[in-house]
Design a protein around this ligand. Sequence first.
Ligand SMILES: *Cc1c(COP(=O)(O)O)cnc(C)c1O
Length: 358
Amino acid sequence: MKKHNFNAGPSILPDVVLQNAAKAIIDFNGSGLSLLSISHRTKDFEDVLNEAQTLFRELLHIPDNYKIFFVSGGASTQFFHIPANFLKTKAGYVNTGVWSKKAIKEAKHYGEVQVVASSEDKNFTYIPKGFAIPADLDYLYICSNNTIYGSEYKVDIDSPVPLIADMSSDIMSRPVDVSKYAMIYGGAQKNLAPAGVTFVIIRDDMLEKVVRELPSMMNVNTHVANNSMFNTPPVFPIYVMNETLRWLKAQGGVEEIYRRNLEKAELLYNEIDRNSLFRGTVEKEDRSLMNICFVMSEGNEELAPEFMEFAKERGMVGIKGHRLVGGFRASCYNACPKESVEALVACMQEFEKMKANQ
Ligand SMILES: *Cc1c(COP(=O)(O)O)cnc(C)c1O
């Protein structure tokens, strides 16, 4: 049976990427050596790293006054690296769920945190808008797509202070006006790569704003100055990420993938809204294109385990919602084909019919 992979992360990658990665593990570029057994300082690997940076810049239209680097440690390491580098007195955070909360917790090790807006009052079912941004903040921090709660910013907000965004789960899924951000970063394991590599896009002026003495590995300048090669970079995840970026370019780039993502999300949200057994959990205007959350409708809550089993029997993988939201979450990342979303929609329709006839 065909599996439809809706895993939240690590998650689906394009078939061709997996095939190329498998080949490179056995024989990298016809060298007779495995990608896993070569020095990261060989020319062939440096070419991969440079190409990944170039493709990042090209696909997201990153202006020249930004640097791109790749490190390990995951987005969670950036939760404390960011305030270590840039929080001198006070930083602003928008609290939109689990991942921004974790970032807030780590920032408090370094200075004052002002939560300038929050959607916690309604269990993170919306994105706060129109909030005031104090001009005395060292930076403003947002999480652009809330992987767990399924909400997403639909505009690149204007900020009078440097804007820093965690884009772990929506990077390369939609066009972004990079010039509005001082820094964009994320774990690559949602939309670009296997676990193990973190991307950082940072505006040049930020490199001069590091507020304290730091160990080398924690200072952003170390990674920029050494072009991601200060220590051994995550060779394999970077290779796979580069293959994914090549694939994305061949599909028509971020603009084309965004069109497809809109189409997939519309298919599934329309069914959630139409089907009497389900309902969405997030305000319509803030619904994520990547992580689509839904639960059984009122009065039908007890059907959840049965639908889970029904869907599993039809090849759906990874649709169990996070325990904080319950219900279901279908993560429809770039590599998730429309056919998988159609299969899930058909499964929801079939389930509704079966229940109506019981
Ligand atoms: C998954 C995720 C993280 C955590 O990433 P790690 O690489 O596991 O540290 C952080 N932020 C968001 C938005 C995520 O989806």
